[in-house]
Design a protein around this ligand. Structure first.
Ligand code: ME8
Length: 518
């Protein structure tokens, strides 16, 4: 048997300093859609997410609440896991940086860099942004504040270990030039290239003024810098440098690190250089997506404007929320979240277009043929255009997903759904039904639309994984898994004799007047 191609995708490991909001949910849902899509199209997939539990920020938050850091993060991490299961996330593993399996790998990693002379001790004098967990030299500050988030920084002077990052700058630049897909989208790549060209400083990789972290193995009064600790999760979770490293052997290098644009720099400069220093393969691609913003700017607990995904799931259903996020966010761009836009998207695409195509089709097949379709006759009239679109859409979706354009991939699927709705208007089965001589034509028209619904359901399944379970019974093929696969998207596989059922609407229309009601 041919060996399946592998696909390893990761999300950032989130800080358990607070509960997650709709922005974090976007990253994980997008990674999940990519993972599921690759699985559907025949890959061996490993999908990793987790929590980044060390560092000064977490230690402070725990102290403010009178808890130990571990007591504090345990509760929040349980919330992360609950959110991911509520969002139907199919991760294969969840790594916590407080786990022994992670700490061991980080310490060995650090020790190797030290042993080969890439880490040295010096005095650090600079500035620290605690929310970003980032050290800055005076020259990089913008008006005295953190150049990333604009918040105030704190002076820092301590004895630290440094990693010789500057030594590898030219090699990294060459790698980025030789691998134009390494940083996506291109706008992010350009930013990173100019950041490197402006000069890389050596990286301060240990701290002594707090102790919530992984100890430096050869000097225990230092803890390892939280970003070095965190980035290593992508290989520690695979068992790199451990006795059982089968997952590492199978899945590294990662195909995609999906991250928000705020942390592209860590993933495309610090992380590849750390790997390069140890002669390890670099991730194939880092995709930096945009932000989910609110009218009032970025979501933050202190502004009290955080959108809780669990509330939305309760209200609108998980598939609708996933669809909204994935359809709305073009690769690399920001979106402004509003509940009005969410409801509008659900009503237009899912209730009026997709759900309605199901309702109309199942209702007509039941009314005219007591539910049972027969094999179609030869195509005529507008059939050709519909069939052509159905035949070409899967390849188009695959190509768009390869370009990481999730929103466009969904738009392509919805174009087929929209075309089928238009086809019903053009062929007017309700008029054909009145003519006893047109019964064969009526069957063909309804068969074609039912087959489009099968195609569309298979194609949207990675994005709305809850949908197929509700849709297959309506199409009468819940017990025919061979018709749910990507390979089954060959026109005409829906068997004649299939019995379609009527059911509850898949996506009930939401009355915009109910907006804001809990
Ligand atoms: O940065 N819109 O964790 P974090 C879209 N622990 N995405 C958003 C968002 C928004 N408004 N807000 C957050 C960390 N995100 C580190 C990562 S990885 C080795 C360590 C998403 O909890 C986005 O993906 O601050 C961003 O990169 C991530 O959450 C940051 O999560």
């Amino acid at each position: 048997m041919e060996k399946k191609k592998t696909f390893y995708i990761t999300t950032p490991i989130y800080y358990p300093s607070d509960n997650l909001h709709i922005g974090h949910a976007y990253t994980t849902v997008a990674a999940d859609a990519m993972a599921r899509f690759k699985k559907l199209t025949g890959h061996e997939v490993w999908f990793l997410t987790g929590s980044d539990e060390h560092g000064q920020k977490i230690e402070r938050s725990a102290r403010e609440r009178g808890e130990t850091p571990l007591e504090y993060v345990d509760k929040i991490v349980a919330g992360f896991k609950h959110l991911w299961s509520s969002l139907n996330i199919s991760n294969d593993d969840f790594i916590r940086t407080t786990e022994e399996r992670h700490k061991r790998v980080v310490q060995k990693f650090f020790q190797k860099l030290y042993d080969q002379g890439d880490i040295y001790k010096a005095n650090y004098k600079g500035w620290y942004c605690t929310p970003c967990e980032t050290l800055w030299t005076e020259a990089r500050l913008e008006e005295g504040n953190c150049p990333d988030c604009g918040r105030p920084v704190e002076p820092l002077e301590e004895e630290s270990y440094f990693f010789k990052m500057s030594k590898y700058a030219d090699r990294l630049l060459k790698y980025i030039e030789d691998n134009p897909d390494f940083i996506q989208p291109t706008s992010r790549r350009n930013e990173m290239v100019s950041f490197i060209k402006s000069g890389l400083e050596d990286l301060c990789v240990s701290r002594t003024t707090f102790d919530w972290g992984i100890p430096v193995p050869f000097d225990e009064k230092h803890v390892i810098y939280v970003w070095v600790d965190a980035l290593t999760n992508y290989i520690s979770a695979l068992g790199y440098d451990e006795e059982n490293d089968a997952l590492y052997q199978q899945f590294w290098p990662a195909d995609i690190h999906l991250v928000g644009k705020d942390i592209v720099r860590f993933h495309t400069i610090i992380w590849p250089i750390l790997l390069m220093a140890l002669d390890l393969p670099l991730p194939k691609q880092v995709v930096g997506h945009g932000w989910v913003l609110l009218d009032s700017g970025k979501m933050s607990k202190s502004k009290g404007n955080v959108v809780d995904p669990l509330v939305l799931i309760d209200k609108y259903g998980v598939d609708a929320i996933r669809y909204y996020l994935l359809r709305e966010m073009p690769l690399g761009a920001d979106i402004i979240y509003s509940e009005e836009a969410l409801v509008h998207r659900i009503n237009v695409d899912l209730a009026n277009d997709f759900g309605n195509l199901f309702n109309r089709t199942c209702a007509m097949v039941n009314k005219y043929f007591k539910g049972q379709l027969k094999p179609p006759s030869d195509p005529e009239g507008p059939d050709g255009e519909l069939l052509d679109l159905a035949r070409t859409t899967p390849a188009e979706v695959e190509e768009l997903m390869e370009r990481r354009e999730i929103s466009n991939a969904l738009a392509a699927i919805m174009r087929l759904v929209g075309r089928a709705n238009k086809y019903l208007e053009e062929t007017a089965p309700w008029a054909l039904a009145k003519d006893p001589e047109k019964q064969e034509r009526l069957n063909t028209v309804l068969y074609n639309v039912a087959e489009v619904l099968r195609f569309a359901t298979v194609m949207v399944s990675p994005f709305m994984p809850g949908l197929p379970g509700r849709a297959w019974p309506l199409l009468g093929i819940e017990d025919k898994p061979q018709l749910h696969t990507w390979e089954s998207l060959v026109w005409g596989k829906l068997p004649g004799g299939t019995v379609l059922k009527r059911g509850e609407p898949l996506f009930p229309r939401i009355d915009p007047a109910t907006l804001g009601e809990e």
